[in-house]
Write a protein that binds this ligand. Structure first.
Ligand code: SAH
Length: 330
């Protein structure tokens, strides 16, 4: 009975993209309803939609849209024998599906910060007899060094930033995929980050809507506000205006992704550096000494102010900004 519903789900996933047989087959092997503490009819469980799987006070866990899970697996090149880290494993559905993709010779490590959701993931995986998945209860920010290096990292919660620990724990040539919470423009574009021998290169994948991460993966705005409060009083008059010839939405998004230095205060968007700050007014009103913001503006100008979706963001292994390139340039 469940099997035909799973086949129906796989048909819907196939309509959304051209996925590897192994990825599609994995969805046939894992029942979805057992990961939810709420009851849904099977036509809801096996529709290509998000379902809320668990609640703890004001915290929720949701099982992502299956075709988006398939897309994430696909873009990191998930295949047999791989070791993959999942951030925000919730009650474990995605991790268990991935466990079937990587097979007996592979391993899935899922990290979940909520203890109740974590416990359910452990119980369900053991009930289903899935042995190549390990769940860890903790803040995903730290990754899981003990079992590193990973071939791929899949993030299933909207994070403020790519953690340094993930970059360190990823193999060269490996990829990270996940939604980035660009809180300054209230968007959660998913990006793919590829680690090369000397850099991390990010490309936009698709627009998404995920649960926002808590803990150390959800505090960047506060961290940048703190940096701002240290420097703000030192300057009262702007030294220059950095004009940016595109709409606010697009511009703020690019500066956000390139720098991870933006924050919001009383309706204004700020870009913070150690010796100065800038305030967005349809261009940047600059106070004090700003270097990074100027480098990003120059790099972006060189691309002809290409939209965020068509840019490649290049960082070093410490996630410091290096370059912007258009996708179609190599
Ligand atoms: N991948 C899961 C569900 C993801 S929902 C599935 O297939 O069902 C996102 C999960 O991320 C939630 O369970 C939430 O508790 C968790 N989360 C939020 N912030 C986190 C953090 N800092 N570290 C680890 N997990 C986090």
């Amino acid at each position: 009975m469940t099997r035909s519903w799973q086949e129906w789900l796989v048909r819907q996933i196939s309509l959304a993209g051209d996925f590897d047989e192994r990825i599609l087959n994995a969805f046939l092997k894992v029942p979805r309803e057992v990961f939810s503490e709420f009851h849904y009819d099977l036509d809801v469980v096996y529709s290509d939609n998000v379902i809320v799987t668990a609640k703890d006070g004001n915290s929720y866990s949701t099982s992502s849209q299956p075709s988006l899970m398939a897309l994430f697996m696909s873009v990191v090149g998930l295949r047999e024998g791989m070791k993959v880290l999942e951030i925000g494993s919730g009650t474990g559905y995605n991790a268990c599906v991935m466990a079937h993709v990587v097979g007996e010779d592979g391993l899935v490590v899922g990290i979940e910060s909520n203890q109740r959701f974590f416990k359910r993931s452990v119980e369900v995986a053991s009930k289903l007899g899935i042995e190549n998945v390990i769940f860890v209860n903790g803040d995903g920010f730290y990754g899981y060094e003990k079992l590193s290096p990973y071939d791929a990292i899949v993030i299933t919660v909207a994070v403020d930033k790519v953690s340094q620990h993930w970059v360190d724990q990823l193999k060269i040539g490996g990829r990270i995929v996940g939604p980035i919470d660009v809180y300054t423009i209230d968007r959660q574009p998913a990006f793919v980050f590829e680690k090369t021998s000397d850099s991390l290169v990010a490309k936009h994948l698709v627009e998404t809507k995920f649960i926002k991460a808590g803990g150390l993966l959800g505090n960047l705005n506060e961290t940048n506000l703190e940096r701002l409060s240290k420097i703000e009083k030192r300057f009262s008059t702007p030294v220059e205006f950095l004009s940016i010839p595109v709409g606010s939405y697009e511009a703020v998004g690019v500066f956000h992704l390139a720098s991870w230095s933006l924050c919001e205060k009383s309706g204004w968007i700020y870009f913070v550096e150690d010796e100065g700050f800038a305030r967005w007014k349809g261009g940047w009103e600059v106070f004090g000494k700003m270097e990074l913001i100027k480098r990003i503006a120059e790099e972006w100008a060189k691309t002809g102010f290409t939209p965020m979706m068509l840019l490649r963001f290049r960082y070093d292994h410490r996630m410091n900004f290096e370059r912007l390139e258009r996708w179609d340039e190599t």
